[in-house]
Design a protein around this ligand. Structure first.
Ligand SMILES: [Zn+2]
Ligand SMILES: [Zn+2]
Length: 139
Protein backbone atom coordinates (compact mmCIF):
# COMPACT_ATOMS: atom_id res chain seq x y z
CA UNK A 1 0.00 0.00 0.00
CA UNK A 2 2.74 2.45 0.85
CA UNK A 3 5.31 1.45 -1.74
CA UNK A 4 5.39 4.99 -3.11
CA UNK A 5 5.33 6.66 0.25
CA UNK A 6 8.79 5.58 1.23
CA UNK A 7 10.43 8.81 2.28
CA UNK A 8 10.24 10.71 5.56
CA UNK A 9 9.32 13.82 3.59
CA UNK A 10 6.22 12.29 1.99
CA UNK A 11 5.16 10.96 5.35
CA UNK A 12 5.55 14.41 6.94
CA UNK A 13 3.55 16.03 4.15
CA UNK A 14 0.71 13.50 4.40
CA UNK A 15 0.48 13.93 8.17
CA UNK A 16 0.45 17.71 7.74
CA UNK A 17 -2.33 17.57 5.13
CA UNK A 18 -4.26 15.14 7.35
CA UNK A 19 -4.15 17.57 10.26
CA UNK A 20 -5.27 20.51 8.11
CA UNK A 21 -8.70 19.57 6.86
CA UNK A 22 -9.97 20.78 4.33
CA UNK A 23 -6.56 21.04 2.73
CA UNK A 24 -3.38 23.05 2.48
CA UNK A 25 -1.64 25.12 -0.14
CA UNK A 26 1.88 24.12 -1.25
CA UNK A 27 3.21 27.38 0.22
CA UNK A 28 1.91 26.42 3.67
CA UNK A 29 3.71 23.09 3.48
CA UNK A 30 6.88 24.83 2.29
CA UNK A 31 6.74 27.26 5.22
CA UNK A 32 6.04 24.52 7.74
CA UNK A 33 8.98 22.36 6.73
CA UNK A 34 11.42 24.98 5.43
CA UNK A 35 11.60 23.54 1.92
CA UNK A 36 11.13 25.17 -1.49
CA UNK A 37 7.65 25.37 -2.94
CA UNK A 38 8.95 23.67 -6.10
CA UNK A 39 10.02 20.68 -3.98
CA UNK A 40 6.59 20.59 -2.38
CA UNK A 41 4.69 20.70 -5.67
CA UNK A 42 6.87 17.92 -7.13
CA UNK A 43 6.18 15.73 -4.12
CA UNK A 44 2.46 16.59 -4.23
CA UNK A 45 2.33 15.45 -7.84
CA UNK A 46 3.92 12.14 -6.87
CA UNK A 47 1.40 11.67 -4.08
CA UNK A 48 -1.40 12.55 -6.48
CA UNK A 49 -0.14 10.04 -9.07
CA UNK A 50 -0.09 7.40 -6.33
CA UNK A 51 -3.77 8.19 -5.62
CA UNK A 52 -3.32 9.56 -2.11
CA UNK A 53 -4.23 13.22 -2.58
CA UNK A 54 -6.36 15.56 -4.64
CA UNK A 55 -4.23 18.34 -5.96
CA UNK A 56 -4.19 20.84 -8.79
CA UNK A 57 -1.79 23.74 -9.17
CA UNK A 58 -2.93 26.84 -7.23
CA UNK A 59 -5.44 24.75 -5.32
CA UNK A 60 -5.26 23.22 -1.89
CA UNK A 61 -4.06 19.65 -1.51
CA UNK A 62 -6.34 17.27 0.40
CA UNK A 63 -6.40 13.54 1.08
CA UNK A 64 -8.35 10.99 -0.93
CA UNK A 65 -9.98 8.11 0.95
CA UNK A 66 -6.92 5.99 0.21
CA UNK A 67 -4.68 8.80 1.42
CA UNK A 68 -6.65 9.14 4.62
CA UNK A 69 -6.46 5.42 5.29
CA UNK A 70 -2.74 5.44 4.59
CA UNK A 71 -2.13 8.44 6.82
CA UNK A 72 -4.02 6.85 9.70
CA UNK A 73 -1.66 3.93 9.37
CA UNK A 74 1.34 6.30 9.24
CA UNK A 75 0.18 7.95 12.47
CA UNK A 76 -0.39 4.59 14.15
CA UNK A 77 3.02 3.36 13.02
CA UNK A 78 4.74 6.45 14.38
CA UNK A 79 2.95 6.23 17.70
CA UNK A 80 3.58 2.50 18.15
CA UNK A 81 7.29 2.93 17.45
CA UNK A 82 7.52 5.96 19.67
CA UNK A 83 5.79 4.08 22.49
CA UNK A 84 8.16 1.16 22.00
CA UNK A 85 11.06 3.54 22.51
CA UNK A 86 9.60 5.20 25.63
CA UNK A 87 8.91 1.76 27.13
CA UNK A 88 12.58 1.01 26.48
CA UNK A 89 13.52 4.08 28.48
CA UNK A 90 13.90 6.91 25.99
CA UNK A 91 12.45 10.32 26.80
CA UNK A 92 9.26 11.20 24.93
CA UNK A 93 11.12 13.73 22.82
CA UNK A 94 13.90 11.32 21.88
CA UNK A 95 11.40 8.53 21.22
CA UNK A 96 9.49 10.76 18.80
CA UNK A 97 12.66 11.85 17.02
CA UNK A 98 13.99 8.32 16.63
CA UNK A 99 10.63 7.00 15.46
CA UNK A 100 10.57 9.66 12.75
CA UNK A 101 13.99 8.55 11.54
CA UNK A 102 13.09 4.89 11.06
CA UNK A 103 9.32 4.66 10.63
CA UNK A 104 9.33 4.67 6.82
CA UNK A 105 11.40 1.45 6.92
CA UNK A 106 9.09 -0.60 9.14
CA UNK A 107 6.38 -2.66 7.37
CA UNK A 108 2.83 -3.01 8.66
CA UNK A 109 3.14 -6.64 9.70
CA UNK A 110 5.99 -5.71 12.03
CA UNK A 111 4.01 -2.81 13.44
CA UNK A 112 1.13 -5.20 14.14
CA UNK A 113 3.55 -7.55 15.90
CA UNK A 114 4.95 -4.73 18.03
CA UNK A 115 1.41 -3.51 18.77
CA UNK A 116 0.54 -7.00 19.98
CA UNK A 117 3.67 -7.26 22.12
CA UNK A 118 2.86 -3.90 23.73
CA UNK A 119 -0.65 -5.14 24.56
CA UNK A 120 -2.51 -3.10 21.92
CA UNK A 121 -1.95 0.21 23.68
CA UNK A 122 -4.43 3.03 23.14
CA UNK A 123 -2.07 5.89 23.80
CA UNK A 124 1.61 6.68 23.43
CA UNK A 125 3.82 9.69 23.96
CA UNK A 126 2.80 10.97 20.53
CA UNK A 127 -0.94 10.59 20.87
CA UNK A 128 -3.90 8.26 20.59
CA UNK A 129 -3.21 4.91 18.93
CA UNK A 130 -5.94 3.51 16.72
CA UNK A 131 -6.21 -0.21 16.26
CA UNK A 132 -6.37 -2.01 13.01
CA UNK A 133 -8.91 -4.86 13.19
CA UNK A 134 -6.41 -7.03 11.31
CA UNK A 135 -4.03 -6.56 14.21
CA UNK A 136 -6.31 -6.61 17.20
CA UNK A 137 -9.34 -8.55 16.04
CA UNK A 138 -11.55 -5.83 17.55
CA UNK A 139 -11.99 -2.14 16.98
ZN1 LIG B 1 6.01 11.66 17.72
ZN1 LIG C 1 -3.02 -3.77 18.10
Amino acid sequence: MSTRVNTPQKIRFLKFIYSHDPGVKPGEIADEFGVRTSTVTRTLHELKDAGYIWYDPYRKASLTDAGEELTRFLLRRHRILSLMFTRAGLSEKDACTQAEKIEHLVPKNHIDQICRSLGHPCKGACGVIEHDPACCGVM
